[in-house]
Design a protein. Structure first.
Length: 497
């Protein structure tokens, strides 16, 4: 990327998969990224959207352990419907600042959105795809980014109107996804997910279906729990005991614990308390996962998130293996799947420095609502896992019922897993089907093409045609072990089958 003086300041790495054959400038294209901030696109690339993916234990009962890990053809890949562009924001993957570039120009809510919007415009221009239906698929903070990028694309002297957003484990309004003391909204938004997780671990709701039990939890949360939280110490003893009893019913926690917690449950404590009688902690990204910690009496987890450490090793290894063995990519630096340095340096301020501002919960939901009013074709699909204890499904419902978002253009889908619902094989299949339905009901211009047989994904071939080479910083790629190609920094390697 270049600054206003035309000097190189950053390089953004992406991998593009395009359908082989005559160029179709009306063919849909989907831009994909994960979240963090600080995460590369490895999880959506190697876990769901890519032509080849890895697999971890679908039932969340086993650690991914050590290598080797499986790399299998993705029978649910979507290249028959859309081209795919996986983007690694600056500071992740192989993307970095160069020359006079500074990380503070990219590591911020607005700064990040502007850089990804600039990348998308460059890609679309270089590949002659301005008339293609365009989508963004993001996960977690990637959904925050998706709404912010869409907003940036609407201006800048090059207005680009998207056809749709695919939001996986949405986080548009952080008040509903920040479990902390005195945040009443979060006590409300997390409670149905706690109930669902308690049902999964057979601590509550037995004899009922998950959907039926979750609906009970929704009703209690809206009809009784919200009022009780706002009444606080004004509750009568009878009212307080009634709410405590209902919370015991939905969570399986003891009456004593809930009373001592003042009817307010924090996610870290819930993760430690639910299976304390077994000496087990549950996951936050996915409440199905379990971990065995040495400290059995702490009030919250001490080892980390079992949904993370039971899967991260496989994804990091398989991405590096896939790049080297299948795509023949050679690099002189590591691929950063998750950059912890970004957190402390990230700028959440979304107004100019000269403007008055007080710290508050991040909220890009209103930007999405405004965009939907400006763009009649912008539709949104939101995928939520019942056992997601970071971005709870009830927060999705709360967020999308407000903020001027047009509900007739929103599709909410639910899965019996967590944050990365595609780790659960039945939900990978369901999510793929739901996205296919979403894409094919968007009035896509031009015909789709037949879905290829699984083994055709193995015939990926790197070609120089269509490679965007308009940024700087040389990158060395190996093509079929026969020749080297020096590309400029966008490294937008176009892979065909």
């Amino acid at each position: 990327m270049k600054n206003k003086d035309g000097e190189p300041v950053a390089s953004i790495w992406s991998v593009t998969y395009k359908w082989d054959g005559p160029e179709n400038t009306n063919r849909p294209v989907t831009f994909v990224f994960n979240g963090g901030p600080g995460s590369a696109s490895v999880w959506l690339h190697m876990g769901f959207f890519g032509p080849q993916v890895t697999k971890v234990d679908s039932d969340a009962s086993k650690d991914d352990g050590g290598a080797p890990y499986p790399l299998v053809n993705n029978d649910n890949a979507m290249l028959d419907l859309t081209d795919l562009v996986f983007i690694d924001p600056v500071g992740t993957g192989y993307s970095r600042v160069i020359g006079k570039g500074k990380v503070e120009d990219y590591w911020g809510l607005t700064e990040d959105a502007k850089s990804i919007a600039a990348f998308i415009r460059e890609w679309v221009t270089k590949n002659k795809r301005w008339n293609s239906p365009k989508y963004i698929a993001g996960e977690s903070f990637g959904t925050t980014r998706a709404a912010a990028v869409n907003y940036e694309l609407e201006g800048g002297g090059q207005e680009m109107s998207l056809n749709g957003l695919i939001l996986i484990s949405q986080a548009l309004d952080y008040q509903g996804s920040t479990s902390t003391f005195d945040n009443i909204v979060s006590y409300v938004t997390y409670f149905p997910s706690m109930a669902a997780t308690a049902w999964y671990h057979k601590k509550a709701g037995q004899g009922k279906t998950l959907e039926a039990f979750v609906e009970e939890a929704r009703k209690f949360t809206l009809d009784e729990y919200v009022t009780a939280l706002y009444k606080g110490s004004r509750l009568t003893e009878e009212e307080r005991n009634h709410i405590a009893d209902r919370m015991v019913y939905f969570t399986g926690l003891s009456t004593k614990y809930i009373q001592l917690a003042d009817l307010r449950l924090l996610v870290p404590r819930f993760r430690k308390e639910l299976l304390r009688d077994q000496g087990i902690v549950i996951g936050q990204l996915d409440g199905r996962y379990k971990g065995d910690e040495y400290d059995k009496v702490s009030d919250s987890p001490t080892l980390g998130d079992p949904a993370g450490y039971n899967t991260d090793g496989a994804y990091t290894a398989i991405l590096n293996h896939y790049y080297a063995s299948q795509l023949k990519i050679e690099m002189d630096r590591p691929y950063i799947t998750s950059n912890g340095e970004l957190g402390s340096k990230w700028r959440w301020r979304d107004v100019p420095d000269a403007s008055y501002w007080e710290p508050s919960y991040v909220n890009v939901a209103r930007k999405l609502g405004d965009s939907m009013k400006r763009n009649k074709d912008l539709k949104v699909m939101v995928a939520s896992g019942y056992y997601d204890l970071i971005c709870p499904f009830f927060d999705t419902e709360y967020t999308f019922a407000r903020n001027g978002i047009l509900k007739d253009r929103v599709t909410l889908t639910y899965y019996e897993a967590g944050h990365m619902m595609y780790l659960h094989e039945p939900d990978l299949v369901k999510l793929a089907g739901d996205i296919r339905k979403f894409l094919t009901t968007q009035n896509i211009i031009g015909p789709t093409v037949r879905k290829p047989k699984t083994d055709t994904w193995l015939s990926l071939l790197l070609r120089t045609k269509g490679v965007a080479n308009f940024y700087f910083t040389p990158i060395l790629l190996s093509c079929n072990n026969t020749k080297k190609i020096e590309l400029d920094a966008l490294c937008n390697a176009v892979f065909w089958h």
